[in-house]
Write a protein that binds this ligand. Sequence first.
Ligand code: WTA
Length: 647
Amino acid sequence: MSETSQPTESRTFPPPEALAARANVGPGVYEEAAADRLAFWAQQAGRLSWDRQWDEVLDWSNPPFAKWFVGGKLNVAYNCVDRHVEAGHGEQVAYHWEGEPGDTRTITYAQLKDEVSRAANALTELGVQAGDRVAIYLPMIPEAVISMLACARIGAVHMVVFGGFSADALASRLDDAGAVLVITADGGYRRGAPSALKPAVDDAVGRSPGVRNVLVVKRTGEDVEWTEGRDLWWDDVVGRQSPDHTCEFFDAEHPLYIMYTSGTTAKPKGILHTSGGYLTQVSFTHWASFDLKPDEDVFWTAADVGWVTGHSYIVYGPLSNRATSVMYEGTPETPHRGRWWEIVQKYGVTILYTAPTVIRTFMKWGEDVPAGFDLSTLRVLGSVGEPINPEAWLWYHQNIGGGRCPIVDTWWQTETGGHMINPLPGVTTLVPGSAQVPFPGISAKVVDDEGNELADDSTGLLVLTEPWPSMLRTIWGDDARYVDTYWSRFGTNVYFAGDGAKKDADGNIWLLGRVDDVMNVSGHRISTTEVESSLVGHPSVAEAAVVGASDPTTGQGIVAFVILRESGVDSGDELVQTLRNHVARDIGPIAKPRQIMVVQELPKTRSGKIMRRLLRDIAENRELGDVTTLTDSSVMNLIKEKLPAAP
Ligand code: WTA
């Protein structure tokens, strides 16, 4: 569990009066939702445009398989784009896009409608049908959003793979999802240089016989390998299509997308989200959690569309609410450390949503950097991805928010689809470091190992006790794993989130990090098993154990302990570098271990289970915990003697 989330700050922050006076939702929202939860969600679904009204709000007759807005029909892309144009807002900017090299594109809702229609026509021409899976492996460019919406428009299921993932990771996802098309680019810009994407696609698609075509956006203009008959340029195929497309309406439970996330085994889970309930919850949470005013705000989620945060709060939430958003391609330090603040100043950003790991990086760079820019347009700040430690909260509040902007710390997961536990900016008195209270219409509890609700001020496990509209519907192709992973520990009515939590005497929930073998590195979920299986896949490695050790910047850092196959082989720096690169190639640079320690033995229990807790003690340079269950307690001394001091 993370050490960073313990309360060290006793000040609380009431909502700013002016904001509260005209906030989208007031304090009454909690009573309203509590009085009739399903009626409350039905009312929020009414914010969308439906082709056919639902017959039943929730069918929970076969838990944990939920159906929301049963019998309703809608088109998600129509809700995100067309209806705003039809209502006379075609000239409103949907995205201020900023490329890393400084090139920009401004896309209005009318233009977005034309582009999405063209792309939808192109997908149909390529034989993509409703229900087919389309992989999207793109940098942060507008075509990523256009591709997602084009899929939604024709009922195809998109599967966005973060551009930082390797060819192997892409190949296993293409295979698991059974994708028929990959949409990619020659590359994107990262840290001031083009970063190629097409080679990984060529490698992965070569192993995926189901993929018929690769649609390639030209972004960097660098040379790419080309497979005639399979590869097609986006500009050729999409460019010649008509900007008119009449959309079809799909069932509320029609699949919208698959997003892979790490679980406790080496095989990532394809989290499946569907249409009506998902859009209802991301739309309403985006509007309520950030107090989004479509005619006034400039909203910026500084994340990648390759993660769920990008899906829900760069694409579906903001567009369904007719927001004007900023979308930025690159890294925060390119070409200088003030790039984000320059963007806030340039577009007059009013709401900024980012992750604690980035805030801690900005803290390291110093407050002089943001102080050089005009950030006075900001009015609400958001945080997501891991617990935000009070120091980072206060720094963000003071140095970015000028002491006047509420910080909305949002706890949720790929699986939950949208916000689940967070304060509301015009209602809640903020407690730095706590995500505070369940969102209206959501039921969360802290329980003990047996599932009994705990008294205030004790630590236990976080569970969700009622189904919610944007919940995952299953794990793609694996209903049994869905039931087993989330709904078996406390019965089929209780969702086990995998997070430790504490409820304080005032009823605020404090998230304490994962309780399973999932690490959280810079807000990215990485499984210890996935990294271990990559390491043992290297010919020099006999055995590996991986732990997440707390890290002042990234939340957790990956620390690996490896036993080599032959004791004689070189175990020096060079091998360690080779192994780190091997993991980066296998899974992606985000999974590269911070530290690899070559050891003779690993601490194991008598039943042969590796004692990760002890390895974590070493990785975090702590006194060793209880070693009495070890087969041989001298193993730990041996490991310690061999090691350089951990950083
Ligand atoms: C963690 C990202 C504390 C948590 C949206 C969860 C958080 C996992 C918070 C999901 C937060 C996310 N406070 N912990 N505000 N937000 N987490 O699927 O451990 O990438 O289970 O979804 O991140 O990560 P995921």
